[in-house]
Design a protein around this ligand. Structure first.
Ligand code: PLP
Length: 390
């Protein structure tokens, strides 16, 4: 047996990727699987973005580039953060990374020392605690419930803070719950962060996927004091249907961004050079807005369809998600835990969903509605049948 490093033994492999792989394998065997497991838009990357990358490739943008990103892209990101999010950053405050996941991983390595505590509200995106552990920090999980719309309260945050607390992780809109914090709720959390001189990382990867006129507020825009303590993580995967491109970014104080750049210089170096030109087009080309709107219109319709079906099944419930493309459904009235529910559902009805246990909530499962309406209806028919036969 190989004597692996201790850090690997502490980390749980991604359950989302495991279930998605199992569903794919069943599909390849000819089994008719309905998948609610996907964490990516089922749309293709808009044509103008593809063309910008193709043209950069044709022009020979195929060499190593600056570690922190192509200057034009860092500039375009800074411009976007100023315009969309009221965050006063310049290009030097930005590092371009291999996706939002890599941004967060870089950040944990640059900021977290052995024993530092990182406060993470549950349900959480499953990689946060594992990244903290890989950086030798301690994830401190604070449970939230459907009654508070899965939002951490300022009081809960205050109570979780100790002398070792270094960072608070905020994710709005949230994966897996779709929760979006209101401006006054973010303001109250910001006050606690400033009072205790903590850092906050705001993962804003779903910022553009919002419903019913809901607004996204970036915590760093709420004043000079909170701005100094804020790091923004974002990327192109969800808003521009660019999951496979692997482009994300981190924005924050220059000293911290330089530190992440040093780490990146010894790990992945720069992000694929020609791909970064596609990202510039995503931010600068006016055609991006109608493409986003097309996705949003589809998600809005599907969200309503899936909510109508869930609410017609008495043993299931969920709050109305105001952002992202997930519903986080309480299954506790079925008497099953989330692994039993998802295993049974896949085995008996060939429906793939993600157990809430992966997100720190074993009484729920996550359904992604980034799939067509017909599949949603068919999948929900099967879920209804599964629940009725329990
Ligand atoms: C909340 C959240 N943050 C970050 C990411 C990372 O996205 P990517 O690495 O594809 O840019 C994801 C992807 O699913 C996510 O759901």
């Amino acid at each position: 047996m190989i004597q692996l490093a201790t850090r690997v033994k502490q980390v749980t492999p991604s359950l989302t990727l495991a279930i998605t792989a199992k569903a794919k394998e069943m599909k390849s065997q000819g089994i008719d699987v309905c998948s609610f497991s996907s964490g990516e838009p089922d749309f293709d990357t808009p044509q103008h973005i593809k063309e910008a990358a193709s043209s950069a490739l044709a022009q020979g943008k195929t060499k190593y580039g600056p570690v922190a990103g192509e200057p034009g892209l860092r500039q375009a990101i800074a411009h976007k953060l100023n315009n969309d999010n009221r965050l006063n950053y310049s290009a030097e405050n930005i590092i371009v990374t291999n996706g939002g996941k890599h941004s967060l991983f870089n950040l944990m390595l640059a900021l977290i020392d052995k024993g530092d505590e990182v406060i993470i509200p549950a349900p959480y995106w499953l990689s946060y605690p594992e990244m903290v552990k890989l950086a030798e920090g301690n994830p401190i999980i604070v449970n939230t419930t459907a009654e508070t719309d899965y939002k951490i309260t300022p009081e809960q945050l205050r109570q979780a803070i100790t002398k070792k607390t270094k960072l608070f992780v905020l994710n709005s809109p949230s994966n897996p719950t779709g929760t979006v914090y209101q401006p006054e709720e973010i303001k109250a959390l910001a006050q606690v962060i400033v009072d205790h001189n903590l850092w906050v990382v705001s993962d804003e990867i779903y910022e553009k996927i919002l419903y019913d006129g809901t607004e996204h507020i970036s915590i760093g825009s709420l004043g000079e004091e909170i701005f100094k303590r804020t790091i923004i993580s974002n990327g192109f995967a969800k808003s521009y249907a660019m999951t496979g491109w692997r482009i994300g970014y981190l924005a924050g104080p220059q000293e911290l961004i330089k530190a992440t750049s040093t780490i990146q210089s010894h790990s992945t170096s720069n992000v694929c050079t020609f791909a970064q030109y596609g990202a510039i087009a995503a931010l600068e080309n006016p055609e991006s807005s109608p493409c986003l709107q097309t996705m949003l219109d589809a998600f809005t319709q599907r969200r309503q369809a899936i909510l109508d079906r869930i609410r017609a099944i008495t043993q299931l419930s969920c709050p109305t998600p105001m952002g992202a493309f997930y519903v986080f459904m309480d299954i506790s009235q079925t008497g099953l835990n989330s692994l039993e529910f998802c295993d049974g559902l896949l085995e008996k009805q060939q429906v793939a969903a993600i157990p809430g246990k992966a997100f720190g909530a074993d009484n729920c499962i996550r359904l992604s509605y980034a799939t067509d309406l017909a599949s949603i209806e068919k999948g929900m028919d099967r879920i209804e049948r599964f629940v009725n036969t329990l």
